[in-house]
Write a protein that binds this ligand. Structure first.
Ligand code: ADP
Ligand code: MG
Length: 317
């Protein structure tokens, strides 16, 4: 077992670089800059996210493979949210002395898995020592047709509100981990959803290509919080039918077993990385899995309908 200081900064960089392919026409890891050929008629999308040990993850709780997976996935989810196609990522790592190279290798394996499936190469980054904590920063570049990026701004009065996938799985999985609950098959699936979210890149691109889809974002903090971002950017209010929120059978069963409120997980739980979008009522959405959860109305804030419970914190009427 070697520690990172045994192989040095450049050893570490070449160890990372040797495991990623550079697309034809591009310059990747190893020069002063990456070079990415441009195409006309396209807009560039850029996003960056940090993951700090002790803030976003605990080193002893998360497997390095899963951390690498999640570092790539949450960034690619931002490209998905705009309806973009991923182009490249940049990975900056600050690692304390003593970090095992096996840890880095497993981290890179997880990162590479997501990158490979979504055909998004790693083209650069930075490497530094850190006094005691692991810090990870990922920057992602994407592209979309000029003027066609799907923002949070376009929601219109009368639009229906939709989500892809199910809500609350990740939050329930995290609760199982933090509270040390029994890990049966259901719980394990929720934990996987927490550690290995899948960025909805294909669905995002499909939705961006549909005329009636007006606004979109990815759900990182839970719809109770994220839906407000669409309302703030677009204006208007939302009426959400709580009984229509899509939930997995696994989440419902684990919540029933533990006496947790599944709606609490679905509404306030974060890190689902599903897409939240609005579309005109007669829009054909058959190409993308979706559930209709409400509509855009006049006023401000979110009204939670058809719920026995009052989601007080989010009732802004
Ligand atoms: P400079 O001193 O010119 O900034 P560096 O020594 O920091 O260059 O990096 C050398 C090359 O290695 C660059 O292409 C950079 O993008 C890449 N690189 C550095 N760290 C990483 C990393 N953690 N992941 C991927 N590429 C990296
Ligand atoms: Mg550098």
């Amino acid at each position: 077992m070697a520690a990172i200081e045994d192989i040095g900064e450049f050893g570490l960089i070449s160890r990372i670089g040797s495991r990623f392919n550079v697309p034809a026409g591009a310059v990747g890891i190893g020069d002063d800059c990456a070079v990415i050929p441009q195409k006309t008629g396209l807009d560039t999308l850029v996003s960056t996210d940090m993951l700090i040990e002790g803030v976003h993850f605990l080193r002893d709780d998360v497997k390095p493979f899963d951390l690498g997976w999640k570092s790539a996935a949450v960034n690619l989810s931002d490209i998905a949210a705009m309806g973009g196609k991923p182009v490249a990522t940049f990975l900056s790592l600050a690692l304390p002395a003593g970090t095992d190279t096996a840890w880095v290798d497993a981290f890179i394996d997880g990162y590479r898995y997501v990158s490979a499936v979504l055909s998004c190469p790693l083209l650069g980054g930075d490497t530094s020592a850190s006094p005691d904590r692991i810090c990870i920063n990922v920057t992602v570049l994407g592209e979309c047709e000029s003027g066609k990026a799907m923002t949070r701004r376009g929601a219109m009065y009368g639009d229906f509100i939709y989500v892809t996938g199910t809500l609350g799985d990740s939050a329930a999985g995290l609760k199982v981990i933090l509270e040390g609950k029994e890990r049966d098959e259901d719980a394990e699936r929720l934990i996987r959803r927490h550690y290995r979210p899948w960025p909805r890149v294909k669905w995002g691109q499909a939705l961006a290509g549909i005329e009636g889809v007006h606004a979109m974002m990815d759900i990182s903090d839970g719809i109770g919080s994220d839906l407000n971002h669409i309302l703030e950017a677009s204006g208007g209010a939302a009426e959400v039918i709580v009984s229509a929120l899509p939930m997995s059978a696994e989440m419902v069963r684990v919540c029933a077993r533990e006496g947790w409120d599944p709606w609490e997980c679905a509404i306030n739980g974060g890190e689902d990385y599903e897409l939240l979008f609005t579309a005109a009522p007669d829009t054909d959405l058959s190409s993308v899995p979706h559930a209709r959860i409400g509509r855009i109305i006049g006023g401000s804030g979110i009204g939670w309908r058809d719920s026995k419970k009052d989601f007080q914190g989010f009732r802004h009427f």
